[in-house]
Design a protein around this ligand. Structure first.
Ligand SMILES: [Zn+2]
Length: 113
């Protein structure tokens, strides 16, 4: 198992790519998202050229990092679908991912990746 938060996030990313492929080429950035005096921005997804960029703030603890990554990843699987950002399509995708990760062994499956 990865010893660092970044390493563990990479394992989670590999698991997500395998099980929940994004609709577009997607890169993951693990970085400081806001200046020090601003509240932490948990994560986000943006478009750069034709790619999707998932950003996760690297000041988050492990628990928040994973929750943010699962949340943002669900957006990559419903990107380009005409629907509210956190509408039923996104919620269904997030629900599948969340359940698989927390209740159906996804967290354990990902450790070897
Ligand atoms: Zn969102």
């Amino acid at each position: 198992m990865a010893r660092t938060k970044r390493g563990r996030l990479k394992q989670c990313e590999a698991w997500l790519r395998k099980n929940y492929p994004p609709r577009r080429k997607t890169i993951l950035q693990y970085r400081r998202m806001t200046p020090p005096h601003k509240p932490i921005e948990y994560g986000g997804v943006g478009e750069e050229a034709s790619k999707l960029v998932v950003s996760i703030d690297n000041r988050l603890g492990w628990y928040d990092s994973i929750h943010s990554l699962l949340h943002e990843w669900a957006h990559t699987t419903t990107w380009d679908i005409k629907a509210p950002t956190h509408g039923p399509e996104w919620a269904a995708a997030y629900g599948r991912i969340y359940s698989h990760w927390f209740d159906e062994g996804g967290c354990e499956e990902s450790r070897g990746l």
